[in-house]
Design a protein around this ligand. Structure first.
Ligand code: SF4
Length: 358
């Protein structure tokens, strides 16, 4: 007797907006969702229309990354009318003693104001209340999976995410690594190495540094001027083990913003042991970002003490190409002149010394 064909079980389709924590957690999200048998679609790279759409739905004082999130989410929904879910995680606390910015805490609630959005797939990271594995079980439940399937998916995702971080620490840029993740290719470093004569630390949230539309392709501007740069994702793990005490004389004043703490930790490293590894620091900040404007002030003070060049760039939807380029060019030129002066001074001192020895 002929066996009737079995109906093919359709995968649940989950949309992920390319914005905010996409630039930090996408490898983990992709892996866990795929392990849970979901089909993933990601919104396209940010463009003018997406920004305009986001701005028209976000109220005035909102920072641009959140407005872009709105625009990306709407674009996703417009392009994929068959989505079963939209993945909107809630990041509250990932490690003890620190929190994410309030915008992340309330993200699943605020996006409900947008018209005609599909069901939200919840994933809450809040280690102050429960371990991340509990959030993974809840995620699996929403996708029709049992506890053991969800925990397996979580373990696999964590393993993959660790490999991803290892790859970044070997020197890959986040944009290159994300491209590999998105197209499910293995982690391989690009052949061409940059050979700039000066090196910067590029600071900022992933969505400011790696969304090339909103930052007007900032990294390319640096490369075009022969500048090498690293981001905090490329730094070794040990830098992030020690908490930063903001005001040692005042006792135990700690910074409790998750990402800002990482920024401060990396800065503390370059102010001390790593002082000779970079020639300057550039901090990309979104207009109306409370946490970043606060620590920017602290960083600026530290930089003055050690004499390290520092440039803060505030971005919003109105940022202009010409103004940005001029600021970067003058910053680079200033550092090159300073280096030349220092090199000349060193050479001069060496000549005097060798003459004295003769
Ligand atoms: S940290 Fe700043 S830029 Fe990021 S979401 Fe919060 S307010 Fe916006």
């Amino acid at each position: 007797m002929e066996v009737p064909p079995q109906p093919i079980k359709k995968k649940l389709k989950v949309g992920i907006p390319r914005a905010l924590h996409f630039y930090r957690y996408f490898p983990f999200w992709k892996k866990i969702l795929e392990e849970l048998d979901a089909e993933i679609v990601v919104s396209p790279h940010t463009n003018k229309k997406i920004v305009e759409e986001g701005v028209s739905h976000g109220f005035g004082e909102l920072c641009i990354p959140v407005k872009i999130y709105y625009g990306q989410l709407l674009k996703l929904v417009a392009d994929h009318s068959d989505l079963d879910f939209i993945f909107v995680p809630r990041y509250v606390s990932e490690v003890k003693d620190s929190y994410f910015c309030p915008k992340f805490l309330s993200l699943p609630d605020v996006i409900k104001i947008l018209p005609d959005i599909p069901k939200i797939l919840n994933f809450e990271v809040n280690v102050k209340e429960f371990p991340i594995s509990t959030a993974a079980i809840e995620l699996g439940r929403q996708l029709g999976k049992n506890q053991s399937q969800a925990l397996n998916a979580y373990r696999e995702a964590q393993k993959y995410f660790d490999e991803y971080h290892e790859f970044l620490r070997k020197g890959s840029s986040v944009n290159h690594a994300l491209r590999l993740v998105e197209s499910s290719r293995p982690f391989t470093l690009p052949k061409k190495k940059s050979t700039g004569d000066i090196r910067f630390l590029l600071l900022g949230h992933g969505y400011n540094i790696f969304d090339t539309f909103i930052n007007l392709d900032f990294q390319k501007k640096l490369k075009d001027q022969g500048v090498d740069y690293i981001t905090i994702e490329n730094l070794p793990e040990f830098i992030f083990k020690k908490p930063v005490i903001v005001n040692p004389r005042g006792g135990k004043l700690r910074n409790y913003w998750r990402h800002e703490e990482e920024i401060m930790q990396s800065i503390r490293y370059f102010l001390t042991e790593g002082r000779d590894e970079i020639d300057g620091v550039i901090f990309l900040i979104s207009f109306a970002c409370g946490p970043d404007s606060l620590i920017s002030e602290l960083i600026m003070r530290d930089m003055k003490v050690v004499g390290l060049a520092f440039l803060e760039i505030i971005m919003d939807e109105h940022s202009g190409e010409a103004g940005l380029l001029t600021r970067v060019e003058s910053f680079v030129e200033m550092i090159r002149r300073k280096k030349r002066r220092l090199d000349l001074g060193r050479k001069y001192r060496l000549t005097i010394k060798s003459k004295q020895e003769v």
